[in-house]
Ligand binder design. Structure first.
Ligand code: PLP
Length: 423
């Protein structure tokens, strides 16, 4: 079988059209059709409930169908959907102002709110994480051309920044790139947590990449397998980029919106980047992305430089504004810090776990046996929605409203399942 992550479920009702006939085969889809969700629980078309430890890949931050989001979407659906970016729509400025406040927060290393840097951040709204990173790259390149003449972008090996051609070029994973070359030029990759390698690449960029205008990083590499950047390394990255007159772009697509405890993961390191890309949690399930830059960097962009027909539409902004307000009002960061510690402890107690990584409610475990794919497949029979990266890493991205009791319930089913798969 060329795709070992797929398996046949003999009980599957034949009434639905065959997904593999009509959907492009870009995903090894598991044979479950979800029809409802509430909080951290998903329900399939046969009425079975599942504990959701994936949250639509780190998207559904407030849980499925949070009443405040349902209400905001319904209300806006009856008022206005789309008017174009030639005008402003309700909630877009309110949301951008709220983002500026969140981006300029300071926290301690665990993510507890401390104060503010006082910076003003300006936002461009788009529709996905890849688009947010495209925008970030464009801002950095224009800034570089005008300030230093540099246009090269450095990112990290094993990183993930999206599937569009430029974000794929930034992504440090050769297997994802190979079939789609030629990719846009001007990208190079260095090892995570190796400040000396970064210093060297900034000082002596390779010829193909040219002088570097920006360093693009995830504070915790998500798709790569939940590999955290050390906080000291992040501080060093900030210092080195400043010294080299290069910008620091932090990709918070997966780590943003309290996923790691702090509003944004860079805040745990006590640094402030120049550009931040966001998506996933921002819309709480409604497709939405954003790139924000500190005002002095953002102002390099002029009318006509960038755009998006759907970006910042009225529906997305109504939902996004409600997401951010609700996350803050419900004090979700404190819950994430506490529940995330509990999750880490529980995961460390599972059999065959060799390492627990991550922060808050973004955790990964390495297993001493190649059973991660099977654990995800068989997890469905146990009423668990899980996620694997390769065959020995499981990644946990539950809705941020998940309870400690739900974490315990997940572990009570996953522990014996891993034992069975290894036995
Ligand atoms: N950046 C990071 C860190 C991500 O985790 C992802 C998606 O997983 C992306 C970018 C791409 O986001 P999207 O799939 O919305 O284009």
């Amino acid at each position: 079988d060329p795709n070992p992550s797929r398996f046949q479920n003999p009980e599957k009702e034949p009434s639905m059209p065959d997904a593999s006939e009509f959907l492009m085969h870009t995903y090894g889809r598991l044979p479950v059709t979800f029809v409802k969700g509430r909080g951290a629980v998903l329900t399939d078309d046969r009425g079975r409930d599942y504990l959701d430890f994936l949250a639509g890949v780190g998207v559904v931050c407030l849980g499925h169908c949070h009443p405040a989001l349902v209400e905001a979407l319904k209300r806006q659906a009856e008022r206005l959907w789309q008017a174009s970016n030639y005008f402003t729509v309700e909630h877009s400025t309110e949301l951008a102002e709220a983002l500026s406040g969140l981006l300029s927060q300071t926290t301690d290393e665990l993510g507890h709110l401390a104060g503010s840097t006082g910076s003003v951040w300006r936002t461009f709204f788009c529709n996905s994480g890849a688009e947010a990173n495209e925008g970030a790259i464009k801002v950095a390149r224009k800034w570089g051309r005008e300030r230093t003449g540099a246009t090269g972008i450095l990112s990290l090996k094993r990183s993930f920044h999206g599937r569009t051609l430029a974000t794929l070029a930034a992504t440090g994973q050769e297997p994802l790139q190979a079939a789609f070359r030629p990719l846009p030029p001007g990208f190079a990759h260095v090892e995570l947590n190796d400040a000396a390698a970064l210093a060297e690449a900034l000082a002596r960029p390779d010829e193909a990449t040219g002088p570097v205008c920006a360093v693009l990083i995830e504070c915790i590499q998500g798709e790569g397998g939940v590999w955290p950047a050390d906080l000291d390394y992040l501080r060093e990255v900030r210092r080195l980029t400043e010294e080299a007159h290069a910008l620091l772009i932090v990709d918070e697509v997966q780590t943003g919106f309290f996923r790691t405890g702090a509003p944004f993961a860079y805040q745990a390191a006590g640094i402030e980047p120049d550009i931040v890309s966001m998506a996933k949690g921002l819309g709480g399930g409604f497709p939405m992305g954003a790139v924000a830059a500190r005002a002095e960097v953002a102002d390099v962009m002029a009318p006509g430089d960038h755009g998006s027909t759907f970006g910042g539409n009225a529906l997305a902004c109504a939902v996004g504004a409600t997401v951010v307000r609700t996350l803050v009002d419900e004090g979700i960061g404190e819950h994430v810090i506490a529940c995330g510690e509990h999750l880490a402890k529980v995961l460390a107690g599972l059999p065959h776990v060799t390492e627990v990584r991550g922060r808050g409610l973004m955790r990964g475990i390495s297993l001493d046996a190649p059973v991660a794919t099977a654990a995800v497949e068989r997890g469905l029979d146990e009423g668990l929605v899980l996620n694997h990266i390769g065959d020995s890493i499981l990644r946990f991205l539950p809705p941020l409203v998940v309870t400690e009791a739900q974490v315990d319930a997940m572990a009570e089913r996953l522990g014996p399942l891993i034992e069975r798969l290894c036995g």
